[in-house]
Design a binder for this molecule. Structure first.
Ligand code: FAD
Length: 496
């Protein structure tokens, strides 16, 4: 049992919040940390003193204000840690980078405040899931850049963690944020609809004028995001997903060929390449030990048709691919090829098949992943988009497999002509392999780092303070943090 006198002022603040928000929105045992909750990645549980579940922006302001006031009066309290739906599986789920914290769960703020399919934006609160928003867009001329994770994940949560959808990194869709700052005030940062009083105008301009503040609040512990303005993408008139297989001997040349097609506009969105292990864990068909590339070809009827013909012809000319399925109705994926169904639908902004993939990966539905799912860890480095870099990365994964017995899966997500988000997954048996899986993740951080390949998102066991970064930039970020949150109302997060 921890010493209850460690946070003598917390109890009073929580009692005050029970009055203001309602007792059901405040969960705590004032004298000790809450009992540890399991997470699918088997990260160590940190000291979490209370969980606050606000139901409105006013509630968020009230709770942040109460912490600010108590700290300003000299009270000693843990900092606040924000999550949206908390399904950050593979990176720690709801676990903070360090304790003690008071966690603020924002899924109770569930309003889709505005939807404008003409202009192409939605204003969403943290509890709005990608399933809800994408389904609202069905049959319209717009679509959401959806991820391959569960439909029950948060658009805001994934976006502020800089997640990746089938179209591009979600930050590219971010136009504006509503943030409750550490003193309890609210600010609209970036572009906000109808905000002509601030001179931002009707045309999207997320960067505004002068130094941009928008990304002070992504991968950030500078405040609590209570809404985001996200872009809705024009839905292509015609879209089909071409799938092509190749063997490891052809890996470097095949990746270089994919790069040429991406750089020259034959394919749109994120080019995805699943290796054998990731195809197997995510529920793809038999790859015969090789790789499957998924490419979206789209446009008007004429341009999409012409691009597909050109792509298939170029593919055949390379002699690298063992098969190519043209997509559309011509050759739909087999029923049991879950990966192909997920990717194909997700290119069109639908998460209709995502729960099947989650079930393949973790063995359970979204609500059970942290309690009962098979173990799951992610390592997410950026690589240059060229064959040699991918070969180098996969050689490191072979060494990790040999050293730990954990077989990593890898998915290439080519974001543009130059950058790959390499999704490395470590599936493991929680009862017997948690130690080996965490050694594999540690080795990935070390060996990829030595090769100059660094992660763009971090897990709760490898916070920025652990993995390091450029000293001058980190010092400036710390100075900004001190200016925005001088009392430390917010807990230091994974990226601090
Ligand atoms: C099978 C599988 C497939 C997956 N596929 C993808 C994929 O394609 N792309 C991808 O990006 N991820 C993927 N994931 C990882 C993960 O599930 C998603 O990133 C998911 O969207 C994150 O959970 P969430 O939306 O509930 O966000 P949260 O867990 O709520 O938020 C993530 C983090 O953002 C910050 N944050 C959240 N809300 C706020 C707020 N309101 N204010 C301030 N900070 C906040 C916090 O640091 C928080 O820890 C996958 C996972 C699995 C198991």
């Amino acid at each position: 049992m921890q010493d209850p006198s460690l946070y003598p002022d917390l109890k009073a603040v929580l009692e005050e919040l029970k009055e203001a928000l309602g007792a059901e929105r405040v969960r705590h045992d004032a004298t000790a940390p809450l009992p540890p909750a399991p997470n699918v990645s088997a990260f160590t549980s940190r000291d979490t003193r209370a969980v606050l579940r606000p139901g409105s922006v006013a509630d968020v302001r009230a709770l942040v204000g109460a912490f600010h006031h108590a700290k300003a009066s000299g009270g000693e309290l843990p900092g606040l840690q924000a999550v949206s739906t908390g399904r950050n599986w593979g990176l720690g789920s709801k676990e903070p980078a360090a304790g003690p914290v008071v966690r603020v769960e924002l899924d109770g703020l569930g309003a889709l405040r505005e939807l404008d399919t003409e202009a192409g934006y939605a204003v969403v609160e943290p509890g709005v899931t990608q399933k809800e928003l994408s389904e609202r867009l069905a049959g319209t001329g717009r679509m959401l850049n959806v991820t391959a994770s569960s439909g029950h994940t948060s658009v805001v949560g994934n976006t502020v963690d800089r997640g990746v959808g089938l179209r591009h990194q979600r930050t590219e869709d971010l136009l504006g944020l509503e943030v409750v700052l550490p003193d309890g005030s609210v600010a609209h940062i970036g572009w906000w609809p109808g905000d002509t009083s601030h001179g931002k105008g009707d045309g999207f301009n997320p960067l505004g004028l002068g130094p941009s503040l928008l990304h002070l609040f992504t991968q950030s512990d500078f405040g609590i995001v209570t809404a985001a303005v996200v872009r809705l993408l024009p839905r292509p008139r015609r879209q089909s997903t071409v799938r092509a297989r190749f063997h490891r001997e052809a890996l470097a040349e095949a990746v270089d060929a994919l790069r040429t097609w991406k750089a020259n506009g034959l394919v749109s969105g994120v080019v995805k390449v699943y290796d054998t292990a990731s195809t197997a864990t995510y529920g793809g068909g038999d790859t015969a030990g090789g790789y499957v590339a998924h490419m979206s070809v789209e446009g008007t009827d004429r341009s999409a048709g012409a691009l597909k013909a050109a792509l298939l012809a170029e593919m055949a000319e390379t002699g690298l691919f063992t098969s190519a399925a043209p997509g559309d109705d011509e050759q739909p994926p087999a029923d049991d090829d879950v990966v192909a169904h997920v990717v194909d639908a997700a290119y069109r902004g639908s998460v209709a098949h995502n729960e099947r993939m989650l079930a393949s990966a973790t063995g359970v539905t979204a609500d059970r992943v942290d309690a009962d799912g098979n173990g799951w860890l992610f390592f997410l480095p950026f690589l240059p988009f060229d064959g040699a870099s991918v070969v180098r990365a996969l050689d490191i994964l072979d060494r990790i497999h040999l050293a730990t017995g954990i077989r990593p899966g890898s998915t290439v997500n080519a974001l543009d002509a130059d950058v790959i988000d390499l999704v490395v997954s470590f599936p493991f048996d929680r009862a017997t392999q948690a130690g080996a899986a965490h050694s594999a993740l540690d080795l990935a951080h070390t060996w990829f780092g030595e090769a100059g390949l660094r992660p763009y998102r971090l897990d709760s066991g490898h916070a920025r303070s652990v993995v390091g970064g450029a000293a001058a930039e980190a010092a400036l970020q710390r100075a900004l943090r001190a200016a925005v949150d001088p009392l430390g109302v917010m807990a230091a997060g994974r990226y601090a």
